[in-house]
Write a protein that binds this ligand. Structure first.
Ligand SMILES: *[C@@H]1O[C@H](CO)[C@@H](O)[C@H](O)[C@H]1NC(C)=O
Ligand SMILES: *[C@@H]1O[C@H](CO)[C@@H](O)[C@H](O)[C@H]1NC(C)=O
Ligand SMILES: *[C@@H]1O[C@H](CO)[C@@H](O)[C@H](O)[C@H]1NC(C)=O
Ligand SMILES: *[C@@H]1O[C@H](CO)[C@@H](O)[C@H](O)[C@H]1NC(C)=O
Ligand SMILES: *[C@@H]1O[C@H](CO)[C@@H](O)[C@H](O)[C@H]1NC(C)=O
Length: 177
């Protein structure tokens, strides 16, 4: 009997944690490494109200068409400073977008923004790139339902390379509690 109660209690605690686990964006930083190649028109985190926060960014490309792209995606977790956590992958963006399921890790990260971005086609790119209103709800779904993560402060860092040269760095900071 007490064993059953214990299991029930554990189940309820689990549910409570599950329901209250939330992602909160805390910051976004965008840096153009080569302003002759590309630059950010905007890059911001907006708080509409307590529950609705989103990030938007737009990159202007100055040397179009762009037909060779690599993206390095790292997840970092804050311990004593941000430390690599679980993922650090580099994918050929053009190949990846032709067959997104070819890289499960990249696919997971891509799913965070593919629905709210015009980056969702294969190369070449001959237009500005944007992520429009990526909301916490959207990220929450990915984080808590698709692949659960431990609580903490995280940074999702992307290095965007074109023709073998790093052109832009995007860092999205968020906490998960
Ligand atoms: C950008 O272009 C200017 C003018 O063409 C040049 O002087 C400068 O060195 C270039 N910068 C980089 C990072 O390539
Ligand atoms: C927050 O803003 C969104 C969008 O304007 C709105 O749909 C939502 O009801 C607001 N939530 C609260 C708690 O005010
Ligand atoms: C992630 O991998 C890239 C290339 O493989 C490397 O240059 C970089 O230092 C790594 N990042 C960390 C935080 O280890
Ligand atoms: C993206 O949109 C598709 C189709 O509208 C939907 O099935 C999918 O769940 C969405 N993905 C995310 C991560 O919201
Ligand atoms: C890319 O996103 C746009 C809208 O954001 C959508 O109309 C289009 O079907 C998407 N394309 C692919 C290949 O998913």
């Amino acid at each position: 009997m007490s064993r059953i109660l214990y299991i029930l209690a554990a189940g309820i605690i689990y549910l409570v944690i599950e329901v209250h686990s939330l992602v909160e964006f805390t910051n976004i930083k965008c840096q153009s490494v080569d302003k002759n190649f590309s630059d950010f028109e905007y890059c911001h985190l907006k708080s509409v109200n307590r529950t609705y926060k989103y990030i938007s960014l737009k990159v202007n490309l100055f040397k179009i068409p762009v037909s060779k792209v690599k993206v390095n995606i790292e997840l970092l977790k804050r311990f004593n400073g941000y430390k690599p956590f679980l993922y650090n992958v580099t994918v050929d963006g053009c190949q990846f977008l032709k067959k997104p399921k070819s890289s499960p890790v990249a696919f997971y990260f891509y799913n965070f923004f593919k629905n709210v971005s015009n980056i969702n086609h294969s190369c070449p790119y001959n237009h500005d790139l944007m992520v429009d209103k990526l909301s916490t709800q959207h990220v929450n779904y990915q984080f808590t339902k698709v692949l659960p993560f431990p609580e903490g402060d995280y940074m999702y860092k992307m290095n965007w390379m074109a023709y073998g040269i790093n052109r832009a760095v995007v860092e999205v900071y968020f906490s998960f509690s």
